[in-house]
Design a protein around this ligand. Structure first.
Ligand SMILES: [Zn+2]
Length: 95
């Protein structure tokens, strides 16, 4: 099985949040933060699909206590995700 083909098709779930959540122009969705599934080779989302205000991708959940949503490898598996662990350079092993 071609693992690279697998990872290419994989659509990760990204979290976005308004860059300026304190302005009234932001809609409820981006003010709180939202999740969006996008192909890995797609350009990152820069504005909210609803209100067009600038949003930024949430890189680490550690820095965003507002979005309290545990997402460990175990949770990911429970949710039906295929978890790929990077072993060596370019080699992925299904956990
Ligand atoms: Zn918005």
């Amino acid at each position: 099985m071609d693992v690279f083909y697998l990872t290419h098709l994989f659509m990760p779930l990204y979290e976005y949040i308004a860059e300026f959540p304190d302005t009234d122009k932001c809609c409820r969705i981006c003010k709180k933060g939202f999740e969006l599934r996008r192909p890995v080779d797609r350009d990152p989302l820069v504005s909210c699909p609803l209100c067009r205000n600038p949003v930024s991708k949430v890189i680490s959940q550690v820095n965003t206590p507002k979005i309290a949503k545990p997402f460990s490898v175990t949770d990911a598996k429970k949710a039906g995700f295929t978890v790929l662990e990077k072993r060596d350079e370019g080699v992925f092993e299904k956990q």
